[in-house]
Design a protein around this ligand. Structure first.
Ligand SMILES: NC(=O)c1ccc[n+]([C@@H]2O[C@H](COP(=O)([O-])OP(=O)(O)OC[C@H]3O[C@@H](n4cnc5c(N)ncnc54)[C@H](O)[C@@H]3O)[C@@H](O)[C@H]2O)c1
Length: 249
């Protein structure tokens, strides 16, 4: 097993069809104890229980610094150590540039970008003290190509910000034994996109994907597992595409 004896925090991991919960399942199957953090406390508890007794569900609003600090403290109390942090929580809004209101800009930046900062700040002092840790952050193909399919320009901006922030963290904390990497998924079938894809859109999108299918939450979970595990021990500051070839650099 790739994550035997390790402990992991995964943010935004309570949604039943989401990337976070698929990752939690994979981590648990690889031998990790998992803390599911989500703004939805009930769903976090339920998701953790579905994994088994050694996992915990903790309410956390990643856009709120105190909430991140409290959640990290709760996980430390339960597990005694945190080896892995997956900054996965995110929200989107499919609008055009001229429609973006100030409040929408703020909430999209707050959850997708500031949330990565706050939860990392809550966990890094502990990882630094142990001289060990792996952090993976959720960006998107939307950051790389100026829009995915469902995210507005404010979402692209936030996810591009995640790339810069993660690379800066990789540089600053490499000497402390902490690795920081990003994943950039293409279109993954989860609740964030559910019900929004017409057959016509789907056919058009598939024409641009060499592997000729949409991604699954498990496709992304596999890459998070690689980045969390010692298989990637010499990888930091990297960005891994999970897009079926939708964007080939
Ligand atoms: N689905 C895709 O096509 C796709 C592509 C690229 C990137 N992403 C990113 O992947 C991540 C996971 O998305 P998903 O597709 O699994 O969607 P999802 O909606 O199923 O999961 C998002 C989770 O984040 C939680 N969340 C929302 N706001 C939060 C907050 N303030 N604090 C803590 N948790 C919060 C939600 O409750 C939910 O459980 C997001 O960051 C998303 O932007 C998704």
């Amino acid at each position: 097993m790739l994550l035997s004896g390790k402990t992991a925090i995964i943010s935004g991991a309570a949604s039943p069809r989401g990337i976070g919960l698929a990752t939690a399942r994979r981590f648990a199957a690889e031998g990790a104890r998992v803390a599911i953090l989500d703004i939805d406390a009930g769903a976090a508890a339920e998701a953790a229980a579905s994994l088994g007794k050694s996992h915990v569900g903790v309410r956390c609003d990643v856009a709120d610094r105190a909430s991140c600090d409290q959640a990290a403290a709760r996980v430390l109390e339960s597990f005694g150590a945190i080896d892995i942090l997956i900054n996965n929580a995110g929200i989107t809004q499919p609008v055009k540039l001229l429609e973006i209101l100030a409040a929408d800009w703020d909430r999209i930046q707050d959850v997708n970008l500031k949330g990565v900062l706050f939860l990392s700040q809550a966990v890094i002092p502990h990882m630094r003290a142990r001289k060990s840790g792996s952090i993976a952050c959720m960006s998107s193909v939307s950051a790389q190509r100026g829009g995915g399919i469902f995210g507005g320009p404010h979402y692209s901006a936030a996810k591009a910000g995640v790339l810069g922030l993660a690379k800066a963290m990789a540089r600053e904390f490499g000497p402390d034994g902490i690795r920081v990497n990003c994943v950039t998924p293409g279109l993954i079938g989860t609740d964030i996109t559910a019900g929004k894809l017409t057959d016509e859109m789907r056919t058009k999108i598939l024409e641009g994907i060499p592997l000729n299918r949409l991604g699954t939450a498990e496709d992304v979970a596999g890459i998070y597992t690689f980045l969390a595990s010692d298989l990637s021990a010499y990888v930091t500051g990297a960005v891994i595409d999970v897009n079926g070839g939708m964007l080939i650099h």
